[in-house]
Ligand binder design. Structure first.
Ligand code: NAD
Length: 253
């Protein structure tokens, strides 16, 4: 599937967290194809280096290996991106970890890690990126939520709590930053059939079919469909859209 062309994304500096695989990788490829100047961080080194090789566009993406539960490392990566590519105009807060755990077995350390990897970095990345965006007269922040918390999912309670909080974060940041012409929106994906999801949770065609049967639209959703939504929210075509949560779920919810 090819995407619409967005002239406003050409040469725009786009920073994507967790861009090495899954939906993040689809977004890296989609922004690179628009001629954007893309940087991403990830812990998955090999997958990220393969992505840099295959990404096709006028400029190769910049990969920085970084565990963003370490906020100092995240800040250092963002400083490096600013030095090498220029001020960040688009921040995509995508990185996450949806490891399942039985309710009774969740420890305090699990809770802290799950919040750190799914929520905390979104706030601090926005705080740092907003400085760059103010300098260039505005920007777009796209936070990743999930339909998991809207539906309610067993073994994902802490993840769901973090992803629900992303909506509150988005709404408050939209007010906080709107005066600086910085838009803040969120995307809530449904069941997106990334390689990881297929490997861990949707291992058979019957698993996929059972999920599709819960949707209004009768097709499995690929990561490119989410990337299309991110392009729109990053481009000037959505210039008057902020404080919005866009569900890409084929009507699952
Ligand atoms: N795939 C789905 O069905 C689905 C559904 C709802 C919401 N989402 C959300 O969409 C976004 C992308 O989903 P996905 O399925 O591609 O995610 P994913 O679990 O495959 O991981 C995203 C990326 O983040 C990276 N990452 C994980 N921990 C990191 C860390 N500490 N530091 C740096 N990078 C790290 C991973 O290596 C991976 O490349 C996430 O925010 C996720 O919660 C996905």
């Amino acid at each position: 599937m090819s995407n619409a062309r967005y002239p406003s994304l050409h040469d725009r500096v786009v920073f994507i967290t967790g861009g090495g695989s899954g939906i993040g990788a689809a977004m890296v490829e989609a922004f690179v194809a628009q001629g954007s100047s893309v940087a991403f961080v990830d812990v998955a080194r090999d997958e990220s280096l393969r992505l840099v090789e295959r990404a096709a566009g006028p400029q190769k993406p910049l990969f920085i290996e970084c565990d963003l539960t370490n906020l100092a490392a995240l800040e250092a990566a963002m400083v490096e991106i600013r030095q090498r590519l220029g001020p960040i105009a688009v921040l995509v807060n995508n990185a996450a970890n949806d490891t399942r755990r039985a309710f009774a077995e969740v420890t305090e350390a699990d809770w802290d890690f799950t919040i750190a990897v799914n929520l905390k970095h979104q706030f601090f990345a926005a705080q740092i990126a907003a400085q760059s965006m103010r300098e260039i007269g505005g920007g777009s922040i796209i936070n990743f939520s999930s339909t998991a918390w809207m539906i309610g999912s067993r073994r994902l309670t802490v993840y769901a709590a973090a992803k629900a909080a992303v909506l509150g974060l988005t709404n408050s940041l939209a007010h906080e930053l709107g005066g600086d012409n910085i838009r803040v929106n969120c995307i809530a994906p449904g069941a997106i059939m990334t390689e990881r999801q297929r490997r861990l949770w949707f291992t058979t065609e019957a698993d996929v079919a059972a999920m599709v049967a819960r949707q209004c639209l009768p097709q499995a959703i690929g990561p490119e469909a989410v990337a299309s939504a991110a392009l729109f929210l990053a481009a000037d075509d959505s210039r008057m859209i902020t404080k919005h949560c866009l569900l890409v779920d084929a009507g699952l919810r």
